[in-house]
Ligand binder design. Structure first.
Ligand SMILES: [Zn+2]
Length: 167
C-alpha cells in the first residue's frame, strides 16, 4: 500500500499500517488498498472514501486528529467502512448509495456508524475516554434494547433495504 500524505497530517505512518494489519473486520486490508491519500477534512468529522474498482482510498482527517485520545479508534472506525465495502455479505453499492436523498444518507450513515462502533466495541477497541460519548451511548442503547441485532440485519441485507424500511 502506497501512502500519500503531502500535508504530513499523520507523520507516524506505522500507526496506519498497524491498524490496517490488525483490523478485525478485514484480514487483508493492506493488499486490498493500493493507494491511500490523506487529506484535510472539510466535514464535521473524519471520514474515508474508497473506490473498490481502483482500490484507492482517501482518508480525511483534521490537523489535531493525531492528538485525540481516541485517535487509533478513529482510524479503526474509518477503515471499517472500507472493510464493509469489501465484504460481499455487506452488499454495499455505490450506485444505490449515490441515489439516496440527503436525509436517507444521514440515516444510513448513523446506522452504519453504530454497526461499526458496536463491532469494534466487542473487540475492545473503544478507548475508555470515548466510551461515555453520545455516540457510544447510542450503541449501548441499541444493544440494551436489542435493536442492534436489527441494525446488523439491516446492514447485512444491503443499503437500499434499510432505506425502504425507514421510509
Ligand atoms: Zn463512520
Amino acid at each position: 500500500m502506497n501512502i500519500i500524505d503531502d500535508k504530513n497530517l499523520i507523520p507516524d505512518k506505522s500507526i496506519i499500517e498497524k491498524v490496517i494489519n490488525v483490523h478485525p473486520l478485514c484480514k487483508n486490508l493492506s493488499s486490498r488498498i493500493k493507494n491511500l491519500t490523506i487529506e484535510i477534512s472539510m466535514d464535521p468529522s473524519e471520514k474515508i472514501n474508497f473506490d473498490i474498482a481502483t482500490q484507492k482510498a482517501v482518508l480525511f482527517v483534521f490537523k489535531d486528529t493525531i492528538l485525540k485520545p481516541e485517535y487509533e479508534f478513529v482510524l479503526f472506525h474509518e477503515f471499517s467502512h472500507v472493510a464493509d465495502k469489501l465484504n460481499p455479505e455487506f452488499k454495499y453499492s455505490d450506485e444505490k448509495y449515490d441515489r439516496l436523498t440527503t436525509k436517507e444518507v444521514a440515516a444510513v450513515r448513523t446506522l452504519w456508524d453504530c454497526y461499526i462502533d458496536s463491532r469494534l466495541n466487542r473487540k475492545h477497541l473503544v478507548p475508555a475516554s470515548y466510551a461515555k460519548t453520545n455516540r457510544m451511548g447510542r450503541v449501548d442503547y441499541l444493544e440494551s434494547c436489542g435493536v442492534n441485532n436489527a441494525v446488523h440485519y439491516l446492514m447485512k441485507s444491503g443499503i437500499i433495504q434499510i432505506v425502504l424500511c425507514l421510509s
